[in-house]
Design a binder for this molecule. Structure first.
Ligand code: NDP
Length: 574
């Protein structure tokens, strides 16, 4: 049956409500991204401790040279290394803060951890690994095991160093090498350095008054303390647990806590949109019939397809730019209202149901998918503490306080997220002429494809700004990894020592990024969150390339087709 046409006034009223909810939140938190802290020193140092590392193995400082050095050992490093090995590169080192490879999947081991991108698309190198995921959506442990299997297959453990944080990455013009120092006293050299330290890697805490006075136990979701909770959360049977934040991590954790904890308080500032998550075990008959190269074909299809999003479909047949925008917005609102109806159908208490409704456009925040999150609020041991956009602003020795009411907790879990896409800026990266990368970026980020930046030869950045940000991040990272491997191979094949983008190529790309970001005010209109720098003003170039994933991929190819125009090369040996 066709959906009844709604008058435009219906949509306009909802848009007005979106604006009100956004402004309410902006008024509560003028400091934008400053409201968070990720400097875990002093009383906060315990939030950075790696609970999975065990005892730190002693080792002597390393002072050697490798051809390619990765800062970070997550998917970026793994999938790029596979391509580098295919091109015959033998000397590859991963330097990783954790005690193993895996990145996100090393750190995030909270109960219920899973990925809600379809596993056959999310897990990289399935053809190369000859592996078919167990379920339609992979659980965290399977993904971590896949990371470890990749590292084994490509011999990446041989030179890898773990429990090690890079402290400085400095270009030495005299010997045309990067000099890398670490917190373990290492002084390594590398011809090529790849910043692969993750898009959402550094945990952050909401900087809440009195938080260090809390006398109970507390940790961040990415440092889950199973010693305290028990492996199956069995130690929480007599514990009152609070969780601050209702993003994608909390959405997976709350249903697990609800199964065992004596009581769970969920402290909400902005609700997530929760859609259906249908999962099933991989059909063995389907898996058996898969032909070699099946994942590559799947990926090629994605890259070849015209991007046909909800918004693009809705805009079809529009007769003006204004009409197109209106249709897109209305389609977005229809989606969000379906999310609202789903809440009404599932959540028994009308007040709780109302509080769980997200009032913003689809994709203003990362959409979530879960079948047990909403029903958890029907359990007598789960209470939603809705802070109406304000958030928790005070914690005392017993727990959070909201509107004068204290919540006495045994355990407080911070599900407050991560620093976003600062991958290229950590580690004090110093390029030619002693220029610090943060200083270069002081007037705005400048890169070519989000990967190269002029004055930093042989440095490649993965998952940083000015690249295309994809819902399926590994797909984007694989294109970057392929591109980087092709660039390094070119340098070797041509007998050069260094590759550095030209200022012109960089200026062209910054222009591309700016032109696409200027097309709509969508990001500014959104409720604050990490997608829009918490609603704070930011320079147009300090964000992602919004021209679409397919165009981003095509641009990579175009850049490589004109290597001599887009880069300067030096040190030809023959
Ligand atoms: P997010 O940044 O998405 O969420 C942080 C949460 O903390 C928000 O709900 C935020 O509210 C809330 N918050 C911050 N300060 C306060 C406060 N003072 N009082 C109350 N609430 C507060 O972090 P996550 O770890 O949940 O997710 C990060 C990203 O990791 C995801 O967006 C996703 O990309 C990825 N991820 C993917 C998963 C998957 O595949 N299913 C699972 C988990 C994570 P507000 O919204 O108002 O800012």
């Amino acid at each position: 049956m066709p959906r009844p046409e709604r008058p435009q006034s219906y949509y306009d009223e909802i848009k007005q409500k979106f604006r009100e909810e956004r402004n309410l939140r902006l008024d509560f938190r003028p400091p934008g991204t400053q409201q968070y802290t990720s400097e875990f020193t002093g009383d906060l140092a315990k939030y950075a401790v790696d609970p999975f590392a065990g005892e730190l193995p002693a080792r002597d400082p390393i002072a050697d040279e490798v051809e390619v050095l990765f800062i970070g050992g997550g998917f970026s490093a793994l999938l790029t290394s596979a391509r580098l090995r295919e091109k015959g590169i033998e000397s590859i080192r991963i330097v990783e803060k954790g005690a193993d490879v895996g990145g996100t999947w090393y750190w995030n081991r909270y109960p219920g951890v899973a990925c809600d991108v379809v596993s056959y698309d999310y897990l990289p190198l399935l053809d190369e690994m000859d592996y078919v995921p167990v379920n339609h959506y992979s659980r965290g442990p399977e993904i971590l095991a896949h990371c470890q299997a990749i590292a084994k297959k490509y011999d990446l453990y041989d030179l890898a160093v773990f429990n090690t944080t890079v402290t400085e990455t400095r270009w030495d013009e005299a010997d045309q090498r990067w000099h890398i120092t670490t917190d373990r006293g290492d002084a390594m050299k590398a011809q090529f350095v790849i910043c692969a330290n993750g898009t959402l890697a550094k945990p952050k805490l909401s900087d809440i008054r009195g938080m260090t006075s809390f006398k109970g136990h507390s940790f961040h979701t990415s440092r889950w303390d199973y010693d305290y909770t028990g492996q199956d959360l069995e130690h929480l049977k007599d514990k009152v647990v609070g969780i601050i934040g209702t993003g994608a991590s909390a959405v997976q954790i709350v249903p697990e806590l609800a199964k065992t904890a004596k009581h769970v308080y969920v402290f909400q500032r902005t609700p997530s949109s929760i859609d259906i998550r249908d999962d099933w075990p991989t059909d063995p008959n389907w898996a058996r019939k898969l032909e070699p190269g099946w994942q590559g074909k799947r990926r090629a299809k994605v890259l070849a397809a015209v991007e046909n999003s909800l918004e693009k479909r809705a805009a079809k047949g529009a007769n003006s730019q204004e009409d197109k925008l209106r249709r897109q917005e209305n389609a977005n609102i229809d989606y969000m209202m379906r999310i609202h109806r789903r809440i009404d159908e599932i959540v028994d208490d009308p007040e709780t149901a109302e509080a769980l409704k997200p009032w913003y456009m689809f994709m203003c925040k990362r959409p979530c998918f879960h079948n047990e999150y909403l029903p958890a609020f029907n359990q007598p041991n789960v209470t939603l503490v809705d802070t109406h956009g304000k958030g928790i602003t005070e914690i005392n020795e017993h727990g959070p306080v909201f509107e004068g009411k204290g919540y006495e907790l045994d355990l407080l879990i911070y599900a407050t997220g991560f620093e976003v896409q600062l991958t290229g800026i950590y580690n004090n990266i110093t390029g030619r002429d002693g220029q610090d990368l943060s200083d270069k970026y002081a007037d705005g980020i400048r890169t070519l494809l989000g990967i190269h930046t002029a004055g930093y030869p042989n440095l490649f950045i993965m998952g940083g700004y000015q690249a295309s940000f994809q819902f399926n991040l590994t797909e984007m990272l694989q294109t970057q990894g392929d591109h980087i491997a092709a660039c390094i191979d070119y340098v070797r094949q041509q007998g050069y020592e260094t590759i550095d983008p030209t200022e012109e190529a960089e200026a062209w790309w910054v222009g591309e990024v700016v032109s696409h970001r200027g097309k709509t005010s969508r990001s500014e209109d959104c409720t604050p969150g990490y997608y829009n720098f918490e609603g704070s003003e930011n320079r147009r170039q300090d964000g992602n390339y919004n021209g679409g994933f397919r165009r981003y991929y095509e641009h990579q190819g175009e850049v490589r087709e004109a290597m001599q125009k887009n880069f300067t090369f030096a040190g030809k040996t023959s």
